[in-house]
Design a protein around this ligand. Structure first.
Ligand code: GTP
Ligand code: NA
Ligand code: MG
Length: 342
């Protein structure tokens, strides 16, 4: 098969890590948004989704000449790190292609980092370790948005030594959890050894590297998985009650195409419900799905995307369950949800 003839969809990337490691802030830095500031107590309590178009990745990552980006973008899933939200972490993980494990360089591996690593191993999901908050190394000289290698070269001997020492500590801890890891630019065996990308979510060092690595590792190791197919694969993330839109669900469209007017089947606490998609919305690119904002209306949407679906009968939809699209002639099984008008 000729690789470039394949139609690839966006890799879905799930961000995991201990509470306050900087997962949301990292996304804020990528998106140029302020989602983290608006969170109650600075704690994420919902799964989020953000679409990052390939043009934007190229602009931020500035890939060397000759590097070919084959995927049309990234869909990034933010998860909460607080211990009580392990269900959301496993939900995020179960629909992703690749993960990012965020580690606070000053703290090393923490409880939910270890929990996430166990889940990743269990489900055999490829991941990149982000070693975040490098700006907290004492004496760090800010190099806003610089590639991390360049930023490190700019530091004093003391900062370099502290960095090496903390990096080695994390590499050892990861080894103790069963993973071989290396700084991504020293990693010549990326099929066996996992990458580490140091970053600062405050000043942006390492962000270009992270975006590029996510794209390159995905397209190098999972072409089959990322090949677009017409069969809809879709998972419910959250149920929302919106003053303007009414009850709606946030879903991740993993594969296939959704249309306005499609008949869909959703699992609810009251059993399966068949309903019609009345409206198909997405936030604008680089905006968080879970933050109320201005939505784009669509007649149809192609995977991968974070989507808001407006339809009757979704009030008791169960997060984490799949949504199915019915084709003409499919047995409806359950009465049309229109009559229920929650
Ligand atoms: P939960 O979603 O609640 O698990 O936390 P999180 O992992 O999303 O971390 P969050 O983005 O909420 O950041 C936690 C705190 O760390 C905030 O005060 C951030 O400003 C701070 N922070 C995040 N990244 C960095 C960084 O790179 N450098 C510094 N100095 N602070 C950071
Ligand atoms: Na937080
Ligand atoms: Mg967060």
């Amino acid at each position: 098969a000729i690789e470039c003839d394949r139609m690839l969809r966006e890799p879905i990337c799930c961000i995991l890590g201990h509470v306050d490691a900087g997962k949301t802030k990292l996304l804020d830095c990528i998106r140029h948004t302020n989602v983290q500031k608006g969170e109650a107590g600075g704690i994420t309590q919902q799964i989020g989704a953000t679409y990052i178009p390939v043009e934007y990745i190229k602009e931020r990552a500035k890939p060397r000449e000759g590097i070919v980006i084959k995927v049309p973008g990234l869909l990034v899933i933010d998860t909460p790190g607080h211990e009580s939200f392990s269900n959301m972490r496993s939900r995020g993980l179960s629909l992703c292609d690749i993960a990012v494990v965020v580690v606070d360089i000053m703290h090393g591996l923490e409880k939910q980092t270890v929990e996430s690593l166990a889940l990743l191993k269990d489900r055999n999901v490829r991941f990149i370790v982000v070693l975040n908050k490098v700006d907290r190394l004492s004496g760090w000289k800010h190099c806003p948005d610089a590639p991390i290698k360049k930023a490190l070269e700019n530091q004093s001997g003391d900062v370099k030594r502290e960095f090496e020492w903390r990096l080695t500590k994390v590499v050892t801890q990861l080894m103790e959890n069963g993973f071989n890891t290396a700084l991504y630019y020293d990693n010549h065996k990326f099929r066996k050894v996992f990458d580490i990308v140091p970053t600062s979510a405050i000043s942006g060092e390492g962000i270009p590297d992270l975006l590029l690595m996510l794209v390159l590792r995905s397209q190098a190791t999972m072409v089959e998985k990322l090949t677009f197919v017409n069969t809809v694969e879709c998972t419910v993330l959250e149920v929302n009650d919106d003053k303007d839109l009414g009850t709606n669900i946030d879903v991740v469209l993993i594969n296939g195409v959704l249309h306005k007017g499609d008949q869909v089947n959703v699992c609810t606490k009251q059993g399966p419900v068949t309903t019609t998609i009345r409206d198909l919305l997405t936030p604008h690119p680089l905006k968080e799905l879970r933050v109320k904002g201005i939505y784009k209306h669509h007649k149809e949407l192609k995977a991968a995307q974070g989507v808001k679906i407006v339809a009757w009968g979704l009030k008791y939809a169960i997060p984490g369950t799949p949504l199915f699209v019915l084709k003409p002639g499919d047995d409806l099984g359950q009465s049309e949800a229109k009559s229920q008008r929650n």
